[in-house]
Ligand binder design. Structure first.
Ligand SMILES: [Zn+2]
Length: 419
């Protein structure tokens, strides 16, 4: 008998979420859960060391801690590959304006929107940002998210962008969740650069990006908001090309409101992901489908804005693309901390099955943040990031919404949430 730290056994459905050819699940292959009925998983030193039927696992392994997952689904921890989770202030007043009919662009033009969060974030210290953001990460973890990408982008000056990255770093070292930091200095043109977007892009490429690269070598990605009211395709290209030269992986906010060619740019530059993709033209979906750039859909954003257009998931899958899901957690359009809710939205509005959505929120999401060989799947050798969901089978994950299905969260082999 071999000894493990933790064995989870008797799961009604254990979803391994197997990689395909060592990578993500592409196109119409999406949705392979690798279900083991009456399944079990053993963890040792923070890693998965064995997965199989309860009977087979019990013959080979014993553990100091055991969790009975009878009647439950066991799956990898959610990976949320697109959030803006570090900010100060809130925008409930703007929500009420929107409910009364104001559009996102109207709110931005009147000095609200991103700018009101920028003002609050600029006036907060690192410690205040950490204190404001930690409860969000706690709620994400309670809802099963064990890996979270977090962007800067509410500072929009050299010092304030570095301050946010500092806060992300403090949270990463002190919170159970794994945080993946992304630099998003080109999130919006700040008020003091109004009408001078090119000069602001100069600041981003000449000062902010090199400063971020030097001070935070762990920041692996640079993102840019390529859309109407934010940055043009050429400005986005300048930011991403400079970031690539500095060694950053690339991400882009593309086609949320207007198709400016951002998805094609992402593919051309070999970006890790292209995100939003609500109004992406067919030719660019074809390019995406032939690339390794992950298509990250954020269904809480159109939902949060009460819009009716969502990412054309079927077209992306038919083109052979790699589809992932994220919360886009942010104080304006989508203050949502639950990936289970994202799954429920994706099933309804993007017409994908719960099985497809679960893979998009785990394995494929891990590929969107460069951790596709470490998390997102219950394969031997991967981080033991595991959820026990109080659901009889995976279909209930999309079927139910508005309550938290999580019973236990295991992060690198430690039980960090029990409900
Ligand atoms: Zn975003």
């Amino acid at each position: 008998m071999k000894k493990a730290d933790l064995v989870i056994h008797s799961a009604a459905q254990l979803c391994r979420v197997p990689p395909h050819d060592g990578g993500p699940q592409r196109g119409c292959q999406l949705g392979d859960l690798g279900v083991i009925e009456d399944g079990a998983v053993a963890c040792e030193a923070g890693r998965v060391v064995a997965v199989g039927s309860t009977e087979a696992l019990r013959q080979a392994w014993w553990a100091s801690t055991e969790l009975d997952a009878s009647g439950c689904v066991v799956c990898p921890g959610f990976v949320d590959p697109h959030t803006h989770a570090v900010w100060a202030g809130e925008r409930a007043d703007e929500f009420v304006q929107r409910v009364r009919g104001a559009t996102y662009q109207e709110i931005m033009a009147s000095g609200g929107g991103i700018m009101s969060t920028v003002r609050a974030t600029r006036s907060a210290s690192v410690a205040q940002l950490v204190d404001a953001s930690r409860p969000r990460l706690d709620r994400m973890l309670t809802h099963g998210t064990t890996t979270v990408e977090v962007k800067s982008g509410y500072g929009l000056s050299v010092d304030d962008e570095l301050k946010i990255l500092d806060a992300v770093h403090c949270l990463d070292v002190s919170h159970p969740a794994t945080l993946v930091p992304t630099f998003l200095g080109a999130h919006a043109v700040p008020e003091e650069y109004e009408g001078r977007a090119e000069s602001y892009v100069d600041l981003v490429v000449e000062e902010m990006l090199p400063a971020a690269a030097e001070r935070f070598p762990e920041v692996s990605f640079c993102d840019v908001f390529c859309d109407q009211g934010a940055f043009t395709l050429e400005q986005s290209r300048r930011v991403l090309e400079r970031a690539k030269a500095l060694g950053f992986g690339l991400k882009i906010h593309a086609d949320e409101f207007e198709p400016l060619g951002g998805t094609g740019l992402a593919v051309e530059l070999g970006a890790m992901s292209a995100d939003h993709l609500v109004c992406t033209p067919d030719q660019e979906i074809e390019l995406l489908g032939q690339s390794d750039t992950v298509a990250v859909s954020l269904p809480a954003t159109p939902f949060g804005l009460a819009h009716h257009q969502y990412t054309p998931a079927q077209a992306i899958l038919e083109a052979g693309g790699i589809l992932a899901l994220a919360s886009d957690c942010n104080p304006g359009t989508a203050w949502n901390e639950s990936m289970a809710f994202i799954v429920a939205l994706a099933c309804r509005y993007m017409h994908i099955t719960p099985a497809q959505a679960l893979v998009a929120a785990t394995l494929n999401a891990a590929h969107a943040v460069g951790l596709g060989d470490r998390v997102g799947s219950l394969e031997q050798g991967r981080d033991a990031d595991i959820l026990i969901l109080d659901l009889p089978d995976v279909r209930h994950l999309g079927y139910r919404f508005g309550s938290n299905p999580v019973k236990h969260v295991i992060k690198t082999g430690e039980v960090v949430v029990s409900r």
